[in-house]
Design a protein around this ligand. Structure first.
Ligand SMILES: [Fe+2]
Ligand SMILES: [Fe+2]
Length: 413
């Protein structure tokens, strides 16, 4: 009974923590980590319902993770499958039913669903026990499926999932569903805001901002690990940054079409107008009601500053966007924010944004090769970019390239 009480307490605390999270990717990572801890299992995946399909959205696998060098992340590709009775996850979503399977290779042939061994065959992994749970919100809607794989005993041997723990896992899955639905909504609202800006500036696409958000989160995580930032702070900041980084260029909504959409080179005057977008963006978050607002503001205003102090807008007044009197250079411009005068978040997003711009096709240029992009960033360490962050960025190259594949541009899809 005591263990049950402890488990219930834990599940309730987790629910509270999950409702505080903003970003859907971060939340999925947390949901799966915690569900796997609760049931002590080796691997798992989250599928999200999208219309009549399930989208394989996130996965973890301890055995495979341990085979990778330290700090490297497991790469995986997303795929879709129909919500029907043929697959295990599909069946769970279709019938809103939990399937607790002791051995997927010994499923009764008379069952409508069967186990797809493709993943095992491709990776040499062996799937044994599998617990598949629909994720249901308070309104009863199934928004996804949580699949846990290979429960382990104390010696690390694969065993069946414990029936007695099911009520807790169910409760957890449903709390997670509510949190995930809300985080998805936040992501949608932001993407809709971005698509407003995108109508005006074709460079700022949903895919671009999603990538910049994801790269930024990865850079921060690697930096924070290096600096031994406590895990709770790391997760909290990474979650906020994933969302705030997406909003780096929202200030472009305030720039005239004639400038944003101009095909050729901008005149000096037009370029000066363009350079007001960090200030306009920062104004949107000026009433700073939350931590997310503050971070979004720091990123909006700081993502074009440079490590050597030659970036913009520099030290300006938030009231009128003009250079601060004591920070005005002889040429009338504001003194730039050099080094760590620009906040960490902004220095991270600066790298993510430029990396993505160079890697992507634009109307005026072809995408650069990854080798060229990384070489260019390395060259700009200490001048344009924070050298330590560039070092961190280079060390997570594979993860970064994995993110690129997750959010392809519409024309490359
Ligand atoms: Fe910008
Ligand atoms: Fe951008």
């Amino acid at each position: 009974m005591d263990t049950e009480k402890a488990m219930l307490k834990r599940v309730i605390a987790l629910g509270q923590m999950m409702t505080e999270m903003k970003d859907t990717d971060m939340l999925m990572e947390r949901i799966l980590t915690e569900a796997r801890k609760l049931s002590n299992c080796d691997a798992g995946s989250i599928y999200k319902c999208e219309g009549k399909e399930l989208l394989f959205s996130y996965t973890q696998n301890d055995t495979q993770q341990k085979a990778l060098p330290l700090g490297k992340k497991l790469l995986y590709s997303t795929f879709r499958m129909p919500i029907d009775e043929k697959s295990i996850a599909g069946f769970a979503a279709y019938h809103n039913a939990t399937l607790n399977i002791d051995d997927v290779y010994k499923l009764d042939k008379s069952l409508p669903y069967s186990f797809n061994p493709t993943f095992d065959l491709q990776t040499d992994y062996h799937t044994g026990s599998m617990l598949t749970i629909p994720m249901k919100t308070t309104s009863g809607k199934v928004i996804g499926v949580l699949q846990l794989i290979n429960a382990l005993d104390a010696d690390g041997k694969v065993i069946a999932f414990n029936e007695e723990e099911l009520p807790f896992i169910h409760y957890f899955a449903n709390t997670a569903a509510v949190a995930l639905e809300r985080a998805d909504m936040t992501r949608h609202i932001i993407l809709r805001m971005i698509s407003m800006a995108e109508l005006r500036d074709p460079k700022e696409t949903g895919a671009h901002v999603n990538r910049v958000g994801a790269y930024s989160a990865e850079i921060y995580e690697a930096w924070a690990q290096k600096h031994e930032i406590p895990e709770t702070d790391l997760q909290h900041n990474k979650d906020l940054l994933r969302v705030a980084a997406m909003l780096h260029d929202v200030g472009k909504v305030g720039i005239a079409d004639a400038i944003l959409k101009k095909p050729g080179k901008l005149s000096d005057e037009e370029y000066d107008t363009m350079k007001t977008h960090p200030y306009i963006g920062a104004l949107l978050f000026n009433d700073s009601a939350s931590e997310l607002d503050t971070m979004s503001q720091e990123i909006a205003i700081g993502h074009h500053e440079r490590w050597d102090g030659c970036g913009y807008p520099g030290y300006i007044s938030m009231t009128d966007g003009k250079p601060l009197p004591d920070k005005t250079l002889p040429n009338g411009r504001a003194l730039g924010k050099a080094g760590e005068e620009a906040p960490l978040w902004a220095r991270i997003v600066a790298i993510a944004d430029v990396y993505d711009a160079l890697s992507s096709r634009r109307s005026y240029k072809e995408p650069w090769t990854q080798d060229d992009v990384f070489a260019e960033l390395e060259r700009s360490a200490g001048s344009q970019f924070d050298p330590e962050l560039i070092e961190v960025f280079l060390s997570i190259r594979e993860t970064v390239e994995g993110v690129r594949q997750k959010y392809p541009d519409a024309e490359d899809r």
